[in-house]
Design a protein around this ligand. Structure first.
Ligand code: ZN
Ligand code: ZN
Length: 372
């Protein structure tokens, strides 16, 4: 039977790509003095095996890999996962530990920042002192920073879905529309356009509440003279997108225009700073410098952006002190914002791919303040 990606039969078989990624991890075990790595975190599992289910673990060895799951995923994992699959009859951890014992694993890496304390205790006791558990944190996440061409293709599609849904939903928005109806329309449109789900809880916040960077939509109605922030993303074929755009109900006054243009300039400066070789912190400082010149830097209370991919927030973080060097193929957001209590907030966000000489802005949605 021909294997195909769930929900999209046009995509090529990616088994070779998953095998290549597992080989890279296998090759890195020795340098970390590990005999094996137990991978349990969903996005890392998907990255290494293609498994889209909710319960599985990978035991990665120097020259082999065994995937463990439960009977609910027997059929699915046989289709999705190209390495050896072990369908457990009971809980996964003891069976994985038994296999590690059998293979004489002495030092077993585990994802210490992704596993519960209880799970680590179960694993430890099931190893019966045959192996030492070694905490591993951030390794696979670092591997995931630079995207392969097929990952970029999926992100592009998620971005497209996101922007198309925004345009479609806008046609239904006017003064008096409730924030939660607008958010529901955005999410419905994303699904109709092929998204599995929103990449995160869609933000639609109007008036003073737009000053809350992570506001949730309420029953409040869009009123004349108010700013509206829309922050949305699609998850499609497992990959995410992220975009923020601003609307204004009615005609904006000079203060809104001045603040909006300042954020737009800061965003443009950060976009212009992105290229392979610069640090994430440098990009952040470029955005902050523009806002400082307008005496608005103290209102910019978060970092300039973040990586995205299988998760909506991934390294690198484009924050002041982040020294990660950007590399070709990384996908990051650029999203400076300012937040004025009692007045409102303004944020503008695009998803971009880092290139050798700059960046490619994936988000096609125009940036001038949208008038409703
Ligand atoms: Zn966002
Ligand atoms: Zn974001």
């Amino acid at each position: 039977m021909q294997w195909s990606w769930p929900g999209n039969s046009k995509l090529p078989n990616n088994h070779l790509e998953y095998a290549r990624r597992r080989d890279a991890v296998a090759a890195g075990l020795a340098a970390r003095r590990l005999d094996a790595l137990a991978v349990s975190f969903g996005p890392n599992l998907r990255y290494l095996t293609g498994f889209t289910g909710s319960n599985g673990m990978l035991l990665q060895l120097p020259d082999d890999a065994v995937f463990f799951t439960d009977p609910r995923y027997a059929i699915q994992s046989a289709r999705e996962v190209s390495c050896r699959v072990w369908v457990c009859t009971g809980p996964i951890l003891p069976e994985l530990a038994a296999e590690a014992r059998k293979l004489r694993v002495r030092r077993l890496g585990f994802e210490s920042s992704r596993i519960t304390f209880e799970a680590s205790r179960i694993l430890e006791s099931a190893l019966q002192r045959s192996a030492t558990l070694v905490p591993v944190s951030g390794w696979l996440e670092t591997c995931r920073m630079v995207k392969a061409p097929e990952e970029l293709e999926r992100i592009r599609r998620a971005v497209h879905t996101n922007s198309a849904a925004f345009e479609q939903a806008l046609r239904h928005v006017r003064e008096g529309t409730r924030e939660q109806d607008f958010a529901a329309e955005l999410e419905y449109r994303m699904r109709r356009l092929g998204a599995e789900k929103p990449a995160f809880e869609t933000i639609v916040a109007s008036g003073e509440r737009s000053a809350l960077p992570h506001a949730q939509p309420t029953a409040a109605r869009l009123r004349a003279g108010e700013l509206v922030v829309v922050d949305m993303g699609a998850m499609q074929d497992g990959y995410t997108s992220d975009m923020t755009r601003m609307l204004f109900v009615g005609r904006p006054g000079s203060r809104v225009k001045r603040l909006y243009n300042a954020v737009l300039k800061a965003q443009a400066a950060a976009l212009a700073a992105v290229r392979a070789g610069v640090t994430a912190g440098h990009v952040d400082r470029c955005a902050r410098r523009v806002l400082a010149a307008e005496k608005l830097a103290h209102l910019f209370v978060h970092s300039t952006g973040h990586g995205l991919g299988l998760e909506i927030h991934e390294p690198p973080r484009l924050g002041r002190r982040d020294r990660t060097r950007l590399a070709e193929g990384m996908v990051v957001t650029i999203e400076p914002g300012i937040y004025l209590e009692g007045f409102g907030g303004i944020r503008i966000e695009d998803t971009v791919v880092v290139t050798r000489t700059g960046c490619e802005i994936l988000t096609p949605t125009p940036k001038p303040l949208r008038i409703v």
